[in-house]
Design a protein around this ligand. Structure first.
Ligand code: GLA
Length: 418
């Protein structure tokens, strides 16, 4: 009898303990294995702002398949600001049915049928930057809605956040996305204000390191309002490079520095577009196209589909490139690659073409992140020009004489010769 009594007591204690454990809040982590290399895709903002609709998005998806962009790796098609309708009485967000008459879920189904993934946009504050409904206070509800629509990617902005703590706000949405149960890549868009590179590796798959990009290679002049206050100003390619370059130690697989979306095909010259694209690849940046894919030039298409340059960005080692020197308007960049090779590029930020005689031994350096050095004194490299097929491969045994046009790059892959 006594035994039965003790057994009942023990059972009750275990039952209470198990029950208590179940009630303990779950500890969430971010979704894993979504960004072993920087994410690639297209986003509506840079070209179309809030002027988006179902026809445009479907036509863009069709082009991404037809032009080989999906095969090249651009698998995310991301709606930015302006897809939103209103919240209903229960607080659930709905799409704008004027813009998306079939609904976002049908759009996700359409994209998934084509091998694409659908991204969406929201904001940690009360409103998005274009003043649609933000997710503050609705994080779990919105994550649930996105998961039920079949969303694969969330860009989460930082407008109208008043005194919100950035780490806390982004952690809440990370947890909500995990709780909602569908793997969703989490792209933070906090503009680098609270130095997310120092704390967001466990929260997001990428974080913006700068303010918004504009389609300009050189700084866009500051303008002022009637009272003499400076107006908001987009950053140019060169300014963004300066801000993103020092942050290389923080980037790596599953957590990338994001120097903002691409402006290739949005009005810069072909050489500027080529330089912009190359530097984003050297910096292991997310490659999110921002031009009109239904109407672009052959030159633009050739830049964004250069597989060897994309491979620099997508290299599995996942180390952001480093600038070893900047001299007479020329920037010298290296990026260590997984196969023991190096990507190398010289960017000419000046107004004149320059001819240089590259003495490889003089460029010797040690990359503190990979611990590697090219050892040019003892290693001969096969050198391949990645933008110019007419340049026959050569070696680093002799100095290399090369002309770099204004606002342009030369880009090589250096593979050690056995
Ligand atoms: C912010 C972001 C941009 C874009 C707009 C949308 O400015 O940084 O990338 O998403 O909001 O309103």
């Amino acid at each position: 009898m006594k035994k039965v009594f003790y057994a009942v007591i023990l059972f009750t204690i275990v039952a209470i303990a198990v029950n208590a454990q179940e009630r303990r809040p779950a500890v969430y982590t971010k979704w894993e294995d979504l960004a072993p290399t920087p994410q690639m895709g297209w986003n509506s903002w840079n070209k179309f702002a809030t002027d988006i609709n179902e026809d445009l998005i479907k036509a863009t998806a069709d082009k991404m398949v037809e032009l080989g962009l999906v095969d090249a790796g651009y698998v995310y098609l991301n709606l930015d600001d302006g897809w939103h309708g209103e919240r209903d009485q229960q607080g659930f967000i709905h799409e704008d049915l004027q813009k998306f008459p079939s609904g976002i879920k049908a759009l996700a189904d359409y994209l998934h049928g084509k091998g694409l993934k659908l991204g969406i946009y929201s904001d940690a504050g009360t409103n998005t930057c274009a003043c649609y409904a933000g997710s503050l206070g609705h994080e779990y509800q919105d994550a649930y809605t996105y998961a039920s629509w079949g969303i694969d990617y969330l860009k989460y902005d930082w407008c109208y956040t008043k005194n919100l703590n950035a780490k806390g706000a982004y952690t809440i949405m990370r947890d909500a996305l995990k709780w909602a149960g569908r793997p969703i890549l989490f792209s933070m868009c906090e503009w680098g204000t609270a130095k997310p590179w120092e704390w967001a590796a466990d929260i997001a798959h990428s974080w913006r390191t700068t303010g918004d990009i504009g389609a300009s290679f050189l700084p866009i002049p500051q303008r002022y309002d009637e009272e003499g206050k400076p107006l908001w100003r987009a950053l140019c390619v060169l300014e963004i490079i300066e801000k993103n370059e020092p942050l290389r130690a923080y980037a790596g697989p599953e957590h990338w520095n994001d120097p903002d979306m691409l402006e290739v095909g949005n009005g810069m010259s072909v050489s500027e577009d080529r330089a912009h694209f190359t530097l984003w690849c050297m910096m292991a940046a997310p490659l999110i196209l921002g031009n009109d894919l239904t109407n672009m030039t052959d030159e633009t298409l050739a830049i964004i589909t250069n597989k060897e340059v994309i491979a620099i960005d997508q290299d599995p080692l996942g180390i952001q490139g480093l600038r070893i020197k900047k001299e007479n308007d020329l920037q010298y960049w290296f990026k260590p690659l997984a196969d023991g090779a190096w990507a190398f590029c010289i960017l000419n930020e000046g107004e004149q073409a320059q001819t240089v005689n590259i003495e490889w031994k003089d460029l010797e350096f040690t990359d503190e992140i990979s611990g590697r050095s090219p050892l040019f004194a003892t290693t001969v490299y096969n050198v391949k020009d990645l933008w110019n097929d007419s340049v026959k491969p050569f070696t680093s045994a002799k100095p290399t004489k090369v002309t770099i046009q204004s606002h342009d790059v030369i880009t090589y892959k250096l593979t050690p010769k056995n």
